[in-house]
Ligand binder design. Structure first.
Ligand code: ZN
Length: 440
């Protein structure tokens, strides 16, 4: 995927969209999700996982269409995994970006990633005209003659960027000036982005961006100059902790969040008990909750990198692994002004490529798996930890479920009573208490 190129320059900046009066179009803290309330669905089964994010826009027609698309994707996947029994979990990941232009055009782009026997990526875009109250396609948005101009520019761009790959028949067919070739697009304030699925122009998906300014004769809206500012300079006054190296200590770790109601409840309990934990956040979620990330740091917790979209890294190319890691590092840095030094790969899956891609960051797995996603029962989770905990345990939980938050709240005070100091994984490592092989 090439979209990192586009995202990076904007990651550390917030967009001021300058809209007013319409609650649909208020400023949103995430520059890649300008509109809609993010909805997350993440569930694990024995042989597969579903991890789906999509926006709720509060425009009935758009929400219904989004729901329909998501339902179709899920249904097709669930049918496919029904007979899948292999050890490695099958995955469905759906992530999105959303943009608004002129208080009128709403664009949503979905990245769909399926890994069952093989990996499959696809892109889906929806563009809605909130004035005409209709979904629009290329011919609705662009004037006559636009297709020739855009195709010419796109072909020139690809010939420069991928000089050795543009001589194929596939390229010629899929880049020809026909609206159907350019129908996957989003409208942004200052540019239009066209997407090409894997297997169309090239074996992999690519995108072409054109500035609104360059094609203003052919479109019905005016480009905007996008103003930016840096939102968060520094976090001061981090708490100084008293850790006794001679007393037992354990590290509670929470994966897959943040989830506001559960994560904040866990943070409350940690604070009350003078305890810390490590939160291995997903970049895709973290980008929506910078204030929760800030709170984690201010209260002495550690934030770890759990990748951007929860794909199994061992099934990805090195470039894609690095993108998953880097994008999340930047997201966390944007919110907290610091980069995580620990990574937990989804499912704990790692190989040499993952280790290389981690650079100087440590890969952290766990020594005590609560299996909270399986039992979804606070008592079962608490009992398992109380029975199995020992000095140096790294305890795996998920701040995704009410039962996990309930269990964590009980465990935080119980473990303190049992004489354990609750520290971060990096602290556990610094005091030489981490179980061998669990922090690499
Ligand atoms: Zn996870």
């Amino acid at each position: 995927m090439t979209w990192k190129k586009v995202v990076c320059p904007f990651l550390c900046l917030l967009v001021l969209c300058g809209c007013s009066g319409n609650s649909l179009f208020t400023n949103h803290p995430n520059t890649q999700q300008e509109i809609g309330n993010p909805q997350h669905e993440l569930f694990y089964e024995d042989h597969y996982i579903v991890n789906v994010s999509y926006p709720k826009i509060d425009i009935e027609e758009v929400d219904a269409q989004v729901q329909k698309e998501i339902d179709n994707i899920k249904e097709a996947y669930l049918q496919e995994v029904a007979s899948y029994q292999e050890e490695r979990k099958a995955e469905l990941n759906v992530d999105y970006q959303s943009y608004v232009v002129d208080d009128r055009y709403i664009s949503i782009k979905f990245d769909v990633f399926e890994s069952i026997q093989q990996n499959k990526e696809s892109i889906l875009t929806l563009v809605y005209d909130n004035e005409e109250k209709a979904f629009v396609s290329f011919d609705d948005v662009f004037e006559d003659g636009a297709i020739d101009e855009i195709a010419k520019k796109a072909v020139r761009y690809f010939n420069v960027t991928y000089p050795n790959e543009c001589n194929s028949t596939n390229f010629a067919v899929a880049s020809a000036p026909l609206a159907r070739n350019y129908n996957l697009f989003v409208l942004r304030k200052d540019r239009v982005v066209f997407y090409f699925q894997e297997g169309t122009l090239f074996d992999y998906s690519v995108q072409y961006e054109v500035a609104v300014d360059e094609i203003k004769d052919f479109i019905s809206f005016e480009g905007e100059v996008v103003a930016t500012f840096v939102p968060y300079n520094d976090i001061l006054n981090e708490p100084v902790k008293q850790i006794d190296p001679n007393q037992p200590m354990v590290a509670l770790t929470f994966d897959d969040g943040p989830t506001p109601e559960y994560t904040n409840a866990i943070l409350d309990a940690l604070k009350e008990n003078n305890a810390s934990a490590t939160f291995f956040v997903l970049g895709s979620r973290a980008s929506n909750y910078p204030e929760i990330l800030q709170r984690m740091i201010l209260e002495g917790n550690e934030i770890g990198n759990h990748t951007y979209s929860h794909k199994q890294l061992t099934a990805l190319s090195k470039a894609n692994i690095e993108e998953e890691i880097t994008h999340t590092q930047e997201t966390i840095h944007d919110a907290t002004n610091r980069y995580p030094t620990v990574i937990r790969p989804p499912y704990g899956s790692k190989n040499d490529t993952v280790l290389q891609s981690a650079g100087n960051k440590k890969i952290v797995t766990w020594s005590l798996d609560t299996e909270d996603w399986r039992s979804k029962n606070a008592k079962t989770i608490v009992d398992k930890v109380v029975n199995e905990v020992e000095d140096g345990s790294i305890i795996l939980m998920h701040d995704l479920y009410a039962s996990s938050a309930d269990a964590a709240i009980i465990l935080i005070s119980k473990l303190r009573e049992m004489g354990y100091q609750l520290v971060t994984v990096s602290e556990l490592h610094a005091y030489g208490k981490a179980p061998i092989g669990k922090i690499l």
